[in-house]
Ligand binder design. Structure first.
Ligand code: MOS
Length: 691
């Protein structure tokens, strides 16, 4: 248990410190970093899904005026470490998926680079590819672990016996689509190698973490950390796709290495992002529930099938939330993967929890219907007193409060259907959950300079609000006015910081800042002098491992379905969350409604239409990959309960970046079912599935 910070600046509804720069267009993003005499790079991509590049005709391209370099697997320099097949760009002739990087053209203009890259003739030895996921593939395998170090399979009790003995059972298969992150700012890099000596590399890169980005680049190029600087003050969205660098970053650095002293810029096109920036694997979830007639679960099980790339493994931890969400003596979760000739899946907002709360939360709704119990009441009856997975007490678990308060605010009286003219109207609910994480590494420096407190930490603001809320935390830890505090982030020149991922940024960087601020106060008291300096590490911050820390939430949806056309509208979306102490209600609300909007998008609009015959997403642009826009969102409300969690960190804050997307799609499906009587078990819910 820790003494929570006394909130003064924390809790204030402060406007974004970077807001005006962004509105005025003067905030510099990676691609538009002003540099002297930039050159422009454009990738060459494989046009087969599997095989080998046998020849590339680059002579004509190289001879063209304005072309500065043409790199291919046949002439590119060897990287120091090619063990990561995603990062080992141009290190071999093998092709593992359509669109894989097989070359790069650097030219005086981006137009020329693109035209020349697209015109390079490539000869292949093409081999048959295998790019279709199904649950009955004979080659499914169990990965050693799943994302974030979770166990692949877990089991307690005997699910089969409980299923055989139960009064009511439910067995259903649910599936979620392939989804692609589409931050407005594409993945982009400006890279410059200084010509002198062994070289010094500066990367202005759109990233969720300058230090993890630098670490990966240093590894691949065999450089010391002192030889590389990564700068990223602003990010136009990431959602996990910029959590670790992708191959485009290595390609830009490699291209710039061929032109020392010349900055090289590379921005992925929207279509290239559908290949190179990671994506959420489609999932197939077989759910089993067993219960007595009052709805008390005796078994809950999820068996997940999903895909990864043969090039590099990524195993989404889809089964993880089922392990801890509800009380049940028998529980099982498994993950099986198909390794295919496909691009490499990766993080997308709430990996694991987001797809992994779809099956269970629709299944709970189906069970409630079967038992004729209100779906909120069913969840309340299965509240676990302690974490079923670890046996630890909860740091705070206010799911029931969120459900009850949400019901009140929403005007919930069960999944009620009525008809309004041509429209069938229904309501639905689902639970949300997200673990409260803190990373092991982050350091902050704090000094007094010209009458101001200046903190430095290599944190990232993806549009999340870090620029604004880190000064609030620092001010309260120092006991000073937030207007007197500056926090500088987004540069490896500042002390090491963890990735903005796993909704852990505020928890981690905030903890390091608090340690630094307390150290500062201890050393210099309330009257510091210019140059006074202190630092703090997150590992010095109080941490409680005896409790199980999670954020919870409840999502409510009103759906309207046109009785003739099947058109689906969601005029109301309401969420209530237990996310610990909210540092800034303005930025927090944006995170939560942003997540909910993305969840609505996942439910109704988004799907990457995979064509297994060619191994490509057919709708690889924003014209055809539909994302919820303003016209699709009606009333959307995010609320939070007053929650003081003394076990998570000294701020009492839980992560808020991801929980908003968790459960939304299930709540939409449940509302559509209440409106129409049609239970859609595979996402997205499109009108053809209702007719
Ligand atoms: Mo988030 S997918 O952990 O960046």
């Amino acid at each position: 248990m820790t003494d929570l910070l006394q909130p003064h600046a924390i809790g204030q509804d402060l406007v974004r410190r970077d807001g005006e720069l962004k509105v005025r267009g003067t905030a510099t993003y990676a691609y538009e970093t002003p540099v002297e005499h930039p050159a422009y790079a454009h990738p060459v991509q494989a046009t087969i899904a599997r095989g080998r590049v046998t020849a590339m005709d680059t002579a004509a391209a190289e001879a063209l005026d304005g072309v500065l370099a043409v790199l291919t697997p046949f002439n590119a320099e060897r990287l120091a470490d090619a063990s990561d097949a995603e990062y080992a760009v141009l290190q071999g002739q093998d092709v593992g998926f359509r669109g894989q990087l097989i070359g790069v053209v650097v030219a005086e203009t981006s137009e020329l680079a693109r035209e020349v890259a697209d015109g390079i003739a490539v000869r292949y030895d093409e081999q048959p590819h295998d790019a279709e996921l199904s649950a009955d593939r004979p080659d499914l395998y169990a990965p050693e672990q799943v994302n974030a170090g979770h166990e692949t399979d877990t089991a307690e009790g005997d699910v089969a016996a409980a299923m055989a003995a139960a009064e009511v059972t439910l067995e259903r298969t649910y599936s979620t689509a392939m989804y692609h992150n589409n931050p407005l700012e594409p993945h982009a890099t400006t890279a410059l190698w200084e010509p002198a000596g062994d070289g010094f590399l500066t990367l202005w890169d759109s990233t969720q973490g300058v230090h993890p980005d630098r670490a990966a680049v240093c590894q691949v190029f065999g450089l010391d950390q002192e030889q590389v600087r990564v700068v990223c003050p602003y990010v136009g969205g990431g959602f996990g796709s910029k959590g670790l660098p992708h191959a485009n970053v290595m390609l830009t650095a490699l291209a710039a290495r061929a032109l020392p002293g010349r900055p090289v810029k590379l921005a992925l096109t929207r279509q290239q992002m559908f290949v190179l920036a990671g994506y959420r694997t489609p999932t197939i979830q077989r759910m089993q529930l067993a219960a007595d007639s009052r709805g008390r679960l005796s078994a809950i099980a999820i068996d997940v099938v999903e895909q990864t790339s043969k090039v590099k493994e990524f195993a989404e931890q889809t089964g993880v939330p089922t392990r801890m969400m509800y009380a049940s003596p028998s529980r099982r979760s498994t993950h099986r993967l198909a390794a295919l000739d496909v691009p490499i899946p990766s993080w997308m907002r709430a990996p694991g929890e987001c797809p992994g709360m779809f099956g269970p939360e629709v299944a709970m709704d189906e069970l409630a219907e079967e038992l004729d119990i209100d779906p909120i009441e069913l969840r309340v009856r299965n509240e676990p007193e302690v974490d079923p997975e670890t046996g630890k007490p909860w740091s705070s678990r206010n799911l029931v409060r969120c459900l009850r308060e949400g019901a009140e605010r929403f005007g919930w009286s069960g999944p009620r259907a009525h008809r309004d003219g041509d429209w069938l109207v229904g309501t639905g609910v689902a639970s949300s959950v997200y673990p409260t994480m803190r990373q092991a590494t982050s350091t902050a420096n704090l000094r007094y300079e010209d009458g101001r407190y200046v903190a430095e930490i290599g944190a990232a603001d993806l549009g999340t609000g870090a620029w604004t809320i880190l000064p609030q935390i620092t001010a309260d830890a120092l006991g000073v006015d937030v207007a007197d505090v500056d926090v500088r982030i987004g540069d490896t020149r500042y002390p090491v910081a963890s990735v903005a991922g796993g909704s852990s940024g505020t928890n981690t960087w905030g903890s390091a800042l608090v340690v630094a601020a307390r150290e500062f106060r201890t050393k210099f008291g309330a009257d510091p002098r210019d140059g006074d300096e202190a630092s703090g590490d997150v590992d010095q911050a109080a941490q409680d491992d005896t409790h199980s820390p999670y954020a919870f939430g409840a999502q409510f949806v009103e759906a309207r379905v046109n009785a003739d056309t099947g058109e689906i509208r969601v005029p109301r979306l309401l969420g209530v969350f237990g996310v610990g102490r909210v540092v800034n209600p303005r930025t927090a609300r944006s995170q939560l409604i942003g997540g909910m909007t993305m969840g609505l998008s996942m439910a109704l609009h988004e799907t990457s239409a995979w064509d297994p015959r060619i191994g490509q997403v057919a709708n690889h642009d924003l014209a055809e990959y539909h994302i919820t826009v303003n016209a699709d969102v009606g009333e959307i409300e995010a609320h939070w309960i007053d929650e003081h969690d003394p076990y998570v960190n000294v701020m009492g804050s839980k992560g808020i970046g991801e929980i908003g997307i968790v459960g939304t799609a299930a709540a939409v499906v449940n509302a559509v079912h209440s409106a129409t009587g049609v239970r859609v078990r595979d996402l997205p819910v499109t009108l053809d599935k209702l007719l």
